[in-house]
Design a binder for this molecule. Structure first.
Ligand SMILES: [Ca+2]
Length: 313
């Protein structure tokens, strides 16, 4: 039973008791004719039957649990010990065919209606990806090729005539860049030798640093990194990036960055390179960095079933 329906039901029930109780006090009752008494008792019986029906009706039925979503693992709702959830998108607020064009100043994507508009921004289509910046043969992020459908955010990566269309959605997390946090994402990717994911947190301070997880080519394995100005922490796995649903969680606390893959801790950096200044989260998906790649590659999809974020409690 929903809270509102329960409240309505209890109000009706309470009113009925009060009315009948008041009318049937000895003094009031005495003043009534037998006909008036019969009318009141019949009205009470009818109201009781109506309440009983209301109890059994679908209006007051227990709300059905949200479906688990395409990945079979429902979005994590609520706080956890030590963490307060401040962002969750399960992509169940309607389908969106395209993010459209994204404006770097307003951080608004033209194709996104609310509530997604307030939750998401993405790199605009003139932002070069990492390979384009270094070798000139990568491509650009293309928000027009992102959609929301089937309870997922879908990134459609493609390559045509030597130019990649990647995707870099950015959740608009309450509070913006933050120091410490817990980020979780559930995704499935199609394999490809042309694209990679480097879903990362980057430092907003002048001191360079990046936490990347999950990172890997779409035909490679999942790795985790904490890069910083004096070195890096790296952890590789034998779990392929593509082909199956995975849940990746990054927990960043004072003196520790821990990485969890499908519920198992795969690594933790407790070294001096653990950052202590604010970071932003970008779901950066782009051209692989190494090796020769074909000029054309058909669309490879990355489905993201849900995204969640917690701040320290
Ligand atoms: Ca979903």
């Amino acid at each position: 039973m929903s809270a509102i329906s329960r409240e309505l039901h209890d109000d009706l029930d309470g009113d009925l008791d009060a009315i009948v109780g008041r009318l049937t006090t000895v003094e009031s009752w005495r003043r009534l004719t037998q006909g008036q008494r019969d009318t009141i008792l019949e009205a009470r019986d009818r109201a009781e039957i109506a309440l009983e029906r209301l109890d059994k009706s679908s209006i007051l039925a227990e709300p059905t649990k949200p479906p688990p979503g395409p990945s079979g693992e429902p979005a994590p709702r609520g706080d956890l010990p030590g963490w307060r959830q401040v962002f969750l998108d399960d992509f169940v607020d309607g389908n969106v065919p395209s993010f459209g064009t994204c404006d770097r100043n307003s951080r608004i994507c033209s194709g996104l209606p609310e509530p997604y508009r307030s939750r998401w921004y993405a790199y605009p289509d003139y932002y070069p990806d990492t390979r384009q910046q270094h070798g000139g043969d990568g491509g650009y992020y293309n928000p027009a090729q992102m959609e929301i459908s089937g309870s997922c955010l879908v990134l459609k990566l493609s390559r045509k005539d030597g130019r990649t269309s990647g995707a870099a959605p950015i959740p608009k997390l309450p509070g913006g860049a933050a120091t410490y946090g817990r980020w979780a994402i559930r995704y499935r990717a199609e394999a490809s030798s042309v694209f990679k994911i480097a879903w990362l947190h980057w430092r907003t301070s002048s001191s360079w640093g990046e936490i990347d997880f999950p990172e890997g080519d779409l035909d490679g394995n999942i790795s985790a990194f904490n890069h910083h100005s004096s070195g890096q922490y790296a952890k590789s796995t034998s779990v392929p990036v593509a082909g199956a649903w995975h849940t990746c969680v990054t927990e960043w606390k004072p003196g520790s960055v821990a990485f969890f893959l499908d519920g198992n801790k795969i690594g933790e950096d407790t070294g001096s390179g653990v950052p202590s200044t604010p970071m932003n989260w970008i779901i950066q998906s782009e051209t692989v960095l190494g090796g020769a790649i074909p000029a054309n590659e058909p669309v490879r999809r990355i489905e993201i079933d849900w995204v969640a974020y917690w701040v320290p409690a």
